[in-house]
Design a protein around this ligand. Structure first.
Ligand SMILES: Cc1ncc(COP(=O)(O)O)c(C=O)c1O
Length: 498
């Protein structure tokens, strides 16, 4: 095992042995995954035993000796079993992570097993073509214009953070001119980026990474639902211009990570056009819903964006590790990441490494392609519509329960509410909801997160799972009501009144 074959006969025998070992291991992986996904309720929502923590704190020594694949795999599956976050569980409602569709898993597996990369046409022409097609389909699916010209209207990256970083790079190059790529920031004017107070932390991170500093972010006031106030945006831009600050970009959020709020995109698009400022929409999670009739009003204006972030690994049910930046003008990406390689010949072929920050990379779009093809846009819209319907059912149930309080009617598939003991102090109710979050998980009832909304603690429920049904929503609500009664009943009298 592991020794280099010396003849073609030896190579064939070694290849056959490797394949046989792989096929047996694959069957074991299939069974493991089948159990985890098929009866997810039999697995804890979250487990990380002491052995897993110790392994993180003190990684074991480099193994010198070979091990049969069966044994190595057994050890690996053991670690995953002892440290596991069950995103396929019907009451996993954390973040935006979804149970991945198996078509998507299969496509990703295929790309990896064949080791194709869309970085260069010569290293994966099929993968490159599929990637370009997926970018066009994504744009069609959400009502964003397909890129013009020969190059795809977007770039595939590892997640929403990097997509947002690329967007700000494009905006920066346009506002300060392409010379900035050579000269750097020395002598450049101060700049500002505008985003609602509810926007995502990847934007200040990107400003730091690009060298402008986090102080370049203007956190714009929001309304009672957490949506950016256009008049406050216009005022902030005017104040900066008066001081000689160059507005770099306006970032609108289409689905905040907290409550799912969607900024008024059409009004923001107008301001951006009037001010000639780059308009970026961060729709990492929310943009997937943009093509649904129920969301048409909220997303009107999306087509006016210069760039848009969408993370298919959120509400498009593909595994982690794919974010997409769509742009109106694909060539702007070529200009933003000028490159020539000494190892990939310049043959006039579409080498996608020239359009983004990566060199070689995994092809992460085969899975998404297979998903679009298998379900069709109609089928995908059907799944997303069902998430919205179940979120609405959840909100109805919360409104009907006297011991619960809804933050506001959800627009997307995320719903925030809290348990509330009447007469208890604001602090006591905050503590109750923090403890509820922890105990819901500990007792295996549900994995929800906390949302701090203007000093009040809520439970935030992401309705992410395409296999969810109404009984799961009922179980969640009933679980919250009975657990909060138990906690409030044992917590002693409230210390002061709300
Ligand atoms: C609005 C928004 N933008 C950006 C991101 C960052 O995405 P990622 O974690 O894929 O980098 C998130 C993540 O949840 C998000 O909700």
């Amino acid at each position: 095992m592991g020794s280099t074959p010396r003849t073609s006969g030896e190579r064939e025998r070694a290849g056959a042995a490797e394949w046989a070992e792989f096929a047996a291991a694959l069957a074991e992986v299939r069974d493991f995954v089948g159990d985890a996904r098929g009866r997810p309720e039999l697995r804890p929502l979250f487990v990380a035993d002491g052995g897993v923590s110790a392994r993180f704190d003190r990684p074991s020594p480099l193994p010198e000796a070979a091990l049969p694949l069966k044994d190595a795999l057994g050890e690996l599956l053991g670690v995953l079993e002892a440290g596991y976050c069950n995103a396929s569980h019907p009451n996993y409602h954390a973040y935006f992570a979804a149970k991945p569709r198996l078509e998507a898993v299969l496509g990703d597996f295929l790309g990896e097993a064949l080791n194709q990369t869309p970085a260069a046409w010569r290293a994966g022409p099929g993968a490159t073509a599929i990637e370009s097609e997926v970018l066009a389909w994504l744009a069609d699916f959400i009502g964003y214009p397909r890129g013009v010209g020969r190059w795809p209207g977007g770039v595939v990256v590892g997640g929403g953070h990097l997509a947002n970083l690329c967007a700000l790079k494009l905006a920066r190059d346009r506002a300060l001119g392409p010379e900035i790529q050579e000269r750097g920031l020395h002598g450049a004017p101060p700049v500002a980026v505008y985003m609602s107070r509810e926007g995502h932390f990847s934007i200040p991170r990107a400003l730091d990474t690009l060298g402008h500093g986090r102080a370049a972010l203007r956190s714009v006031e929001v309304d009672e639902r957490g949506r950016l106030r256009p008049e406050a945006l216009a005022a902030a831009i005017a104040a900066d211009r008066a001081q000689g600050v160059v507005p770099l970009a306006i970032v609108a959020i289409a689905g905040t990570s907290g409550s799912g709020a969607i900024d008024p995109l059409a009004e923001i698009a107008e301001i951006a056009a009037r001010e000639r400022v780059w308009f970026h929409v961060d729709g990492a999670a929310g943009a997937a819903m943009a093509g649904l009739p129920a969301c048409a009003d909220a997303f009107s204006g999306i087509a006016g964006a210069d760039s848009l972030t969408i993370d298919p690994c959120k509400w498009l049910f593909v595994p982690y590790g794919i974010g997409v930046l769509l742009v109106r003008d694909g060539e702007s990406l070529l200009r933003a990441f000028p490159s020539s390689s000494h190892y990939w010949e310049e043959l006039g072929e579409p080498d996608l490494y020239a359009m983004g920050p990566y060199g070689s990379r995994q092809v992460r779009t085969l899975g998404l392609w297979l998903l679009f093809r298998r379900l069709g846009a109609q089928g995908l819209r059907g799944l997303l519509g069902e998430l919205l319907r179940l979120t609405s059912v959840l909100a109805d149930r919360v409104e009907a329960a006297p011991e619960l309080e809804l933050l506001h009617r959800p627009e997307l598939a995320v719903c925030a509410f809290r348990a509330r003991v009447r007469g208890a102090s604001a602090e006591a109710n905050n503590r109750l909801n923090a403890e509820l979050q922890r105990r819901l998980l500990e007792e295996g009832i549900a994995y929800v997160t906390n949302l701090d909304w203007r000093g009040t603690t809520y439970l935030r429920v992401g309705v992410n799972n395409y296999a969810l049904c109404q009984g799961d929503i009922d179980r969640l609500v009933d679980g919250v009501i009975s657990l909060s009664a138990r906690i409030a009943g044992t917590a002693g009298p409230p210390d002061s009144r709300e």
